[in-house]
Design a binder for this molecule. Structure first.
Ligand SMILES: Cc1cc2nc3c(=O)[nH]c(=O)nc-3n(C[C@H](O)[C@H](O)[C@H](O)COP(=O)(O)OP(=O)(O)OC[C@H]3O[C@@H](n4cnc5c(N)ncnc54)[C@H](O)[C@@H]3O)c2cc1C
Length: 692
């Protein structure tokens, strides 16, 4: 894209240049960045990533240089074109599912086909029979049909049991009749429904033999495969402009007695018998949770990457951005020149940004562990063993809630840490933040989700006899047993550095979670408090438990492991003392900063004293100092390319100011000369100027 304004080419930023400042930062690192990148992704994934990046960067259709100037319709067209292009490239280069996901992540724009990939395919895969997969999944994988996922209605989202759309079995024709009985039953929000999809998973109440069996998934063809018009009896539209996500056509849909074959009810778990309409229950009511667990584990993993992205932009920019001379500790260049201090050197900026780096690593490692657990569950469930499901469902619910909350808060903190330029689209924060936001709402509203986690934990506590039977099984039971053995124990910290001991950290987090759980159980069991009156406490329990899991998993990742249980990534980490040292500092900062943010609960439990909380602050300050020389290298290690960041502030080469002015010169408004005479009807003196 070319400019509307010619910027004098001889002008450069005043010295020192951004590239020099970032080079200085990189030279201070105490570890090998490439080694850490390998420890995060592994050599195979990294080389696939680089190969795919090269293809995308050089593809003119996937060029991102124009997107900050586009309105909704233009953006939507761009998104549709890029979705088609990724599918074409996947076919040309024979990408597998993982490679396709890498490409989508790098192109980084939800599009009309996004829900086809993220919800339609997984739902058929998880809930369809083999026959149904042959009929629907195979053509969907080949993109011969495009699907969406219509669960939420105008009147209900969170309360799935309250959905009103009906699917009534008609024995005479062996069909279901899908119907919208009220306005509030209108399907609403489904991504890709508005203009794109020709099929949908529709969640509707199954009615058979006059009995209401509650919501079940059905595959419904919604548009004609030739004309792409809605089929008779179906009304569809786009729901209109939104806070973000404007590259996706979220839609609404109404049914007027629409018939579908009985075959279209996804029947891996529950079934309706031909003719008699007899309903067969799933063997385990929770089996259909599998897809939910999968989608939530993806959200947890992505929260880590979203935090890494926000930290990359803001940390790099803070190393380049300079304000004031810090008279007590001025910034001096190698040639002796005193220059303004990089804002990254202000302790307040460090206190705002370094915890975000720590959150990124903590959540990334937990994301990996949860993904592996999910794979283990899939493996076991294929052999009829569903024992992992309840625990996995509870932990992914709470972790989805906690990690996406952390990400939303920290992305905004990082944006604000970039000052005025953080408000410009060129920062790379605007659409990134807007599109990230719904992660706190979809796949379970974050507040409601914490009830699912807390319910599971509270139930476990109420059945406390089970604890001793299953004592080694889960961290919850471990910390609960420890608490119950002596509820009046105290924290052993006597100097700030004691807070660096992982055993101490886990004991503190475990005690606080157990204390909150024990107190809630007492209120419910002995004081007959209603669930609703306890919701704030319940939210605290879930957060406390999930913070424990994040700290526990980070510590676990850094602990020595037997060589045969280690994969390539862990081997790299454990064979490198410098990596272990820097990540231990990061882990400490995560554990201690999170503790400080929730200090009132740790103090209230009586386990931590006010004196110890002072020591905690001293140790946090120490941790920030430890991280300072490695800040830029720690974000570099996530290997988030400029193509993904699309940020003038977070560029790898530090050319912040050159990029800001170059991108501003491309603003189409700059091609217009106004007629400012208030009495003239004309707005512009010219048509848009020819580009320079
Ligand atoms: C960008 C975007 C894309 C989406 N895509 C899809 C899609 O493809 N398909 C689809 O089916 N849906 C989709 N959705 C819908 C989404 O899944 C729902 O909006 C979400 O599940 C929340 O439900 P709700 O809107 O009914 O919220 P509500 O439940 O109405 O929430 C309103 C408030 O009430 C509170 N609340 C509700 N019940 C309780 C309770 N029991 N206890 C305490 N507090 C409570 C909530 O915490 C919240 O603060 C999408 C939404 C967005 C924003």
């Amino acid at each position: 894209m070319t400019s509307y304004i010619k910027i004098p080419s001889h002008l450069t930023p005043s010295d020192p240049q951004g590239s020099e400042l970032l080079a200085r930062e990189r030279s201070k690192a105490t570890f090998d960045v490439n080694e850490l990148t390998l420890a995060l992704y592994g050599s195979e994934e990294l080389s696939r990533f680089k190969k795919i990046l090269k293809i995308l960067e050089s593809d003119p259709i996937l060029d991102k240089s124009n997107i900050y100037y586009m309105g909704r319709t233009e953006l939507f067209k761009y998104a549709l074109r890029k979705d088609k292009r990724i599918i074409q490239l996947a076919a040309t280069h024979k990408w597998n599912v993982d490679e396709f996901k890498i490409a989508s992540r790098l192109v980084d724009m939800s599009g009309p086909y996004s829900i086809h990939q993220s919800m339609f395919l997984p739902t058929i895969l998880g809930q369809g029979t083999e026959e149904q997969k042959r009929k629907f999944l195979n053509p969907a994988i080949r993109h011969e049909i495009i699907g969406c996922y219509a669960q939420t209605e105008l009147g209900h989202g969170s309360n799935v049991q309250g959905l009103e759309t009906t699917s009534t079995y008609i024995p005479e024709t062996d069909e279901f009749e899908i119907h919208t009985p009220h306005l509030t039953a209108a399907k609403w929000w489904a991504g890709g429904l508005g203009r794109t999809a020709n099929h949908s998973v529709v969640m509707a109440r199954l009615i058979t033999n006059g009995q209401d069996k509650g919501p079940h998934p059905f595959i419904v063809q919604i548009r004609d495969l030739t004309t792409h018009e809605p089929l008779p009896g179906i009304t569809i539209g786009d729901i209109g402009p939104k806070f973000g996500f404007n590259t996706t056509d979220n839609g609404f849909m109404l049914f007027d007695h629409v018939r579908i074959p009985r075959f279209n009810m996804l029947s891996k778990f529950s079934k309706v018998t031909k003719g008699t309409g007899e309903y067969k229950n799933p063997p385990n009511e929770k089996l259909s949770y599998g897809t939910m667990v999968f989608v939530r584990s993806v959200i947890i993993f992505n929260a880590g990457l979203a935090l890494a992205r926000a930290a990359t932009i803001s940390v790099r920019y803070s190393a380049v951005r300079r304000q004031f001379v810090d008279k007590e500790n001025p910034m001096i260049l190698p040639n002796g020149q005193v220059v303004e201090t990089a804002v990254l050197d202000y302790t307040m900026q460090q206190y705002r940004l370094f915890p975000v780096i720590a959150q990124a690593y903590a959540i990334y490692f937990t994301g990996e562990i949860i993904t592996n657990l999910y794979k283990q569950y899939i493996d076991q469930s294929s052999r009829g063993d569903f024992s992992l499901l309840a625990d996995l469902h509870a932990s992914t619910s709470g972790l989805k809630s906690l990690t996406s909350d952390i990400a939303v808060d920290s992305i905004e903190d990082c944006r604000r840490s970039c000052g005025g330029h953080g408000y410009s689209n060129f920062s790379g924060f605007t659409r990134f933040y807007q599109d990230y936001l719904p992660n706190t709402t979809w796949e379970g509203d974050n507040y409601i989700l914490t009830q699912q986690t807390a319910r599971y934990i509270i139930h476990s506590k109420q059945q406390s006899e089970e604890f001793s039977l299953r004592s080694n099984e889960s961290p919850t039971i471990f910390y609960m047993l420890r608490y119950l053995s002596n509820p009046s124990q105290k924290c052993t910290v006597i100097s700030p550095s004691d807070f660096k001991n992982p055993e101490v950290q886990l004991a503190i987090y475990g005690y606080r979670a157990a204390y909150l759980i024990a107190r809630a159980v007492d209120q419910i069991d002995n004081h007959k408090k209603s669930w609703n009156s306890m919701l704030v406490e319940i939210n605290r329990i879930s957060r406390a438990h999930c913070q424990y899991i994040l700290v526990h998993n980070f510590i676990l990742t850094l602990q020595p492991q037997t060589s045969d249980s280690m994969n390539e990534k862990r081997r790299i980490l454990h064979n490198s003392p410098s990596l272990k040292t820097v990540l231990t500092s990061v882990c400490n900062l995560f554990a201690l900063h999170t503790m400080e943010k929730n200090l009132s609960e740790f103090l209230e439990s009586g386990y931590l004293s006010p004196k110890q909380s002072e020591m905690l602050r001293v140790q946090i300050s120490e941790s920030l100092n430890e991280i300072r020389p490695n800040a830029v290298a720690l974000v570099d290690a996530f290997y988030l390319p400029d193509y993904l960041l699309n940020s003038a502030l977070g560029r790898y080469d530090g050319k912040v100011y050159e990029t800001m002015i170059e991108w501003a010169s491309k603003e189409p408004l700059n091609g217009i000369t106004l007629d400012i005479n208030p009495y003239s009807e004309k707005l512009f003196r010219n048509d848009v100027k020819a580009k320079i």
